[in-house]
Design a protein around this ligand. Structure first.
Ligand code: SF4
Ligand code: SF4
Length: 253
């Protein structure tokens, strides 16, 4: 009998392991959410009515697959050390977006052979540049699928940290949902022991009070000009290279 979850995990691991990108990865994390989890409905209140319910992407939706591709420690270290934005981080962004598209295509092809329909949203640039709202947030979906908790940096911190990228796919087959974490992965939210992300934000967009999305996005567009050879490279990530970049254990007491 087909163990669908295992097949999906194998596809994502295989595509990541076989990637011929310059960027190296740690082991992907994969989670599953029921498309009928009440949190998807609540997202319309929490994020906004523009955020799509899985069934608005696929009427037959049963499960949402979420995955996290964590960057190798060398990529994290490069962006932590560089006073500007490290080229390694920029390359990782571009290459990982392509890898997420490849994984989506592969899942579609492999699952179609079993009569399963898939719908995948693009890895990034699926947001409104005026009000910076997105109809589908991969990291919010990953939260529902149990991959982590949100940190002071407004990123999803997984068991493998937050330095990496998320993808997600809606499918028409049922897979048992993954449990969600029961403790905060952010050291600030857990025991107030860290504010690295706030102090490392070069623009002041990130504060304890919240994230000024417009100020942050202005920085991303500035950084894009540093890498004209890479394509649209609106990145920064200085808030993603702290103690929660690759692990959630550094400050554990
Ligand atoms: S850098 Fe520290 S405070 Fe910021 S999100 Fe990570 S653990 Fe939380
Ligand atoms: S991406 Fe950069 S500018 Fe935006 S909040 Fe993080 S550190 Fe600040």
């Amino acid at each position: 009998m087909l163990r669908l979850d295992k097949k999906i995990i194998a596809i994502i691991n295989q595509q990541t392991g076989n990637s011929n990108a310059i960027t190296k990865y740690r082991k992907p994390l994969i989670g599953f959410a029921s498309a009928h989890d009440p949190l998807f409905e609540q997202m319309k209140d929490i994020i906004g009515p523009h955020h799509l319910h899985p069934t608005e992407l696929l009427a037959e939706a049963q499960t949402v697959i979420a995955f996290f591709l964590p960057f190798a420690e060398t990529v994290v270290a490069a962006n932590r050390k560089d006073p500007q934005i490290a080229r390694e981080w920029a390359v990782a962004y571009i290459e990982t977006n392509k890898l997420i598209e490849t994984i989506g295509t592969e899942l579609k092809k492999e699952l179609a052979a079993h009569g399963i329909i898939t719908v995948t949203q693009q890895a990034t640039h699926n947001f409104n540049e005026q009000d910076l709202t997105a109809g589908w947030s991969h990291k919010s979906v990953a939260y529902v699928a149990g991959l982590g908790t949100f940190g002071l940096n407004h990123l999803l911190i997984t068991a493998a940290g937050c330095a990496g990228r998320f993808g997600s796919t809606v499918i028409s087959a049922k897979i048992p949902p993954s449990p969600r974490p029961t403790i905060e992965n952010c050291h600030y939210l857990r025991d107030s022991k860290c504010q690295f992300c706030v102090s490392n934000c070069p623009t002041g967009a990130l504060t304890i009070q919240g994230l000024d999305k417009k100020r942050c996005y202005a920085q991303l567009l500035d950084v894009d000009k540093q890498f004209p050879d890479l394509g649209l490279c609106d990145i920064c990530g200085k808030c993603a290279v702290g103690p929660c970049a690759s692990t959630i254990r550094l400050f554990s007491s």
